[in-house]
Design a protein around this ligand. Structure first.
Ligand SMILES: N[C@@H](CCC(=O)N[C@@H](CS)C(=O)NCC(=O)O)C(=O)O
Length: 208
């Protein structure tokens, strides 16, 4: 099998399983035991010097960073379906919200939860209220970020939003909750949840 996902079900790799299920390509999951530090051993560091998951290999291609993995998979295997074509004007919106999740939502909500002191004009995530406002704007024009059409951007942005809601790091505004529920109803997400649950059972692991 050409696609290998280095995976642990309690990591962002769980969302990459959802990406792969939406894309619909065969893939192998290779379990890396984060709980016993296997991600800091030489074989993993050779793939990702950060010693972090997820890591995806596809033949000779190597991709780390969840958002980059999503964009890679959509361009490579689902162009025109999960990623607008390069000359499609919606490509700007697609990239905009795909980058917004790791660049703004993740650090912004972490900064708030941890009570970091920072200068709003210098931090790329700005202030909390403007971030929440931007997220509402992103979801204002339809069921998905591209309106009526689901795309990989919804997995990247929506996966982060769902995680942050689940761990109560994001206020449950009706627009966020409805979007999270819409995503939760997708068969590919349910298949991914089942696949992640099977690994949890197989490995006999529990959340700390
Ligand atoms: N920016 C990275 C973050 C990767 C990351 O922090 N992964 C966590 C699991 S979700 C990890 O491997 N943590 C183990 C560690 O850092 O020791 C991405 O989006 O893929």
């Amino acid at each position: 099998m050409s696609i290998v996902l280095y995976h642990h079900p309690f990591s962002r790799a769980a969302t990459v399983v959802w990406m792969l299920e939406e894309v619909g390509v065969p893939y192998e999951l290779r379990f890396v035991d984060l709980l016993t530090g296997k991600h800091k051993l030489a074989d993993i560091l050779a793939l990702n010097p950060m010693g972090k998951l997820p890591i995806l290999t596809d033949g000779s291609a190597l991709v780390t960073e969840s958002a980059a993995i999503g964009l890679y998979l959509a361009d490579r295997y689902a162009a025109g379906r999960l990623a607008p074509h390069l000359d499609d004007p919606r490509r700007g919106t697609y990239l905009r919200w795909s980058f917004f999740a790791p660049a703004v939502i993740e650090p912004g909500l972490l900064a708030k939860a941890a009570g970091w002191a920072y200068k709003e004009g210098q931090a790329g995530w700005g202030n909390h209220e403007s971030m929440i406002g931007a997220m509402q704007t992103a979801l204002a024009d339809g069921d998905y970020l591209l309106g009526s059409e689901f795309s990989m951007a919804d997995i990247i942005f929506g996966g982060t939003l769902r995680f942050m809601l689940q761990f109560k790091m994001l206020e449950p505004l009706p627009v966020f909750v409805a979007y999270a529920e819409r995503l939760g109803a997708r068969p590919a997400l349910q298949k991914a949840d089942a696949r992640n649950a099977a690994v949890i059972a197989e490995q006999g692991i529990k959340r700390g």
